[in-house]
Ligand binder design. Sequence first.
Ligand code: KPL
Length: 311
Amino acid sequence: MKIAIIGPGAMGLFFAARLQESGQEVWLLDYRPERTAHLKQHALRLITLDGEDRDYYLNVVYEAHAIGPCDLTLVTVKAHQTEAAAAQLPLLMADGGVALTLQNGIGNLETMAAVVGPERLLAGVTTLGVTLLEIGRIRHAGQGPVLIGRPPGALVTDETLRLIVEVFRGAGLDCRETADIMAAVWDKLLINVGINSVTALTRLRNGQLLIAPEAWRVASAAVQEAWQTALASGVKPSPEPLSRMRQVCQATANNRSSMLQDVLAKRQTEIDAINGQIVRLGITLQVATPINALLTDLIKALELGLVSGAT
Ligand code: KPL
């Protein structure tokens, strides 16, 4: 299968390495020329879960034209870069080709659908842990399934969906098809709503949220608001989001959330696609979301002082 991956962050690089290793033709599309040049000249180093170093020579390009039509296009950019990534889709998606978003937050599908329509889109969610150590160096930090499914409006056939799931499995990943991908997207969103902004503001690691009652209270209140918003919008996430958040904090105790990593690296965060989307939906659906509004404002204020240039 010919696969394009837009976004060589930690996840994009990880999927590129594993899919290429399993025999797929993989192309990475980068939007930063200096990083493209680095990745072209140097091998990607992946530190495996066992602490082993593995090197991969990847096909990295700066222009979608150089890739041409693909069977599958993975979108792994940060949420605020989705619009730019979506603009590349018409060049990358072959007739009958499919695009799969594996991103945090909500709103990414709508941005992609505005360019190529919803019919050939798939959504995915993963709790795989991958950390970007520096350009060209990533660490596989935790196992987790990759769930893939058809969002509303998608007309991707069963055969194509199964083939894509098999391609991920062929790369040694625990990939599963799910009938209600929007519930899975919201399950992850509810966790991110609670953990990401609060850890980014307090600089706590995920596990430390469990021993900081004030921080836990704020995170829980944000999740409760998001849960009400989900129900009002007709989505059916799994019950007991707070106990799931607790489990994720335990399972990833030593990790810094992706938003805390963004703040520490002075990068723009995904606050708009996470707590910000809850606030927007809350306004439309008349659900009060004051804690999410406050967290969004605080992170944006923090970004103003931190983000100095392009991310
Ligand atoms: O997805 C995550 C993130 O950091 O974005 C969690 C699940 C919170 C793990 O750190």
